[in-house]
Design a protein around this ligand. Structure first.
Ligand SMILES: Cc1ncc(COP(=O)(O)O)c(C=O)c1O
Length: 391
């Protein structure tokens, strides 16, 4: 392959290892284990003396192809695929941290991530302090001698707050913590956190990487040393939150259209955001591509485009928000995002429903808030669908 290739080319040509049949489209290797030529080879594979596949909980060629392709896009040395995005977060934390360690995390995180940090990790004596996504002084103030990890999502779900990755990475380095960034909303097409100083990138491949809402998947990316020797791969291999070969193949093929999809999602989303901002029954619109967004300048520096997620608060609270959802005929009422189909969610009663009212209030997730993941349909059709409930 040539030395330099653009992302859309890498997304199509990386990770290709043709079999003896010389297939053009990537093969899918549906097998749970791999056969050795001799007892000596089996022993060498298990001891790590000889590289190669052993058992699909550890590695599988289709999964490896996906990992290589995503690593090329994120400009990461290594990638470890996982069964879901939450498995990617759990695998990173369990691989790197121990009882007694401390996490500083953005308050504006996906609900299940908050739950994992706040309730589950706490049982294993890993404590998390939640701070503002945007106020770096809060991160500095929350650091303790045992702080090992900074964790954030940018743009955040659902309020699209933008954290300054480069500045936070400097703080993390100064205090000896790793910085992990959930890059689910932007994907490497719009933002490459590792290039900005992050140590770990997390993906829910369930979202834009698949792009058509078909399968679950996740990934952890970073340096080879951190992922392979730092305990993350060891946790995956032992505990087993592994990506299946079938799902890896689906997402591998999804990556081929990632650039054109993200360009179109972003283009439709800015049109949607402007339209909502002008609507008399909308109190506020959250979209990083709008000049009214509080971190508009940072978003312009950090991201190539605004992405596909627009959140907005309607006048009239929960009742009005639910009316918009119930009047929709085209937009899917579902919690997923990153799909060709537009989706509409009421975060306070769904994705963020399991966190306390106090935590929701702190994060700004009001009862009138709606999140639309703008799909690839004609944007005027989606606007007309929302207009009915907003009237
Ligand atoms: C920002 C973000 N991170 C992580 C996840 C978790 O991903 P998954 O559902 O694949 O476990 C989600 C999912 O919904 C998400 O929106």
């Amino acid at each position: 392959m040539p030395d330099h290739l653009e992302p859309e080319t890498l997304a199509i040509h990386t990770g290709i290892h043709r079999s003896q049949f010389n297939e053009h489209s990537e093969a899918m290797y549906l097998t749970s284990s791999f056969v050795f030529e001799s007892a000596a080879q089996a022993a060498a594979r298990f001891s790590g003396e000889e590289p190669g596949n052993i058992y699909a909980r550890f590695t599988n060629p289709t999964v490896t192809a996906f990992e290589e392709r995503l690593a090329a896009l994120e400009e990461a040395e290594a990638c470890i695929a996982t069964s879901t995005g939450m498995a990617a977060i759990m695998t990173s934390v369990m691989g790197l941290l121990s009882a007694g360690d401390h996490i500083v995390a953005s308050r504006s995180l996906f609900g299940a991530t908050v739950n994992l940090f706040n309730n589950i990790l706490k049982r294993f004596n890993i404590e998390t302090t939640f701070v503002s996504a945007t106020d770096i002084s809060e991160w500095e103030a929350a650091v303790r001698p045992n702080t090992k990890l900074f964790f954030l999502e940018t743009p955040s779900n659902p309020l699209t707050e933008i954290s300054d990755i480069a500045e936070l990475s400097k703080v993390a380095k100064r205090v000896g913590a790793w910085l992990a960034v959930d890059n689910c909303f932007c994907t490497p097409i719009l933002q490459k956190p590792l290039k900005l100083g992050a140590d770990i990138v997390i993906h829910s491949a369930t979202k834009y990487l698949d792009g058509q809402g078909r399968v679950l998947g996740g990934a952890v990316l970073g340096s080879r040393e951190l992922l392979m020797e730092g305990g993350i791969f060891g946790f995956l291999r032992t505990a087993g939150p592994t990506l299946s070969a079938f799902n890896a193949w689906v997402i591998l093929k999804g990556l081929e259209t990632l650039k054109i999809r993200l360009d179109t999602h972003s283009d439709h989303a800015i049109q949607m955001a402007r339209w909502l901002e002008a609507h008399p029954n909308v109190l506020r619109v959250y979209y990083p591509g709008l000049p009214s967004h509080p971190q508009y300048d940072l978003a312009k520096r950090q991201q190539k485009n605004g992405g596909g997620i627009v959140s907005f608060e309607v006048k009239g609270g929960k009742e009005a928000a639910w009316r918009v959802i119930d009047k929709a005929r085209l937009i899917s009422i579902t919690a997923n995002l990153g799909d060709a189909k537009s989706t509409l969610t009421h975060p306070a009663s769904t994705t963020h429903g399991r966190i306390s009212q106090e935590a929701r209030d702190d994060a700004g997730i009001t009862d009138g808030l709606l999140r639309v993941a703008v799909g690839l349909e004609a944007v005027q059709d989606i606007q007309a669908d929302l207009a009915r409930g907003l009237a």
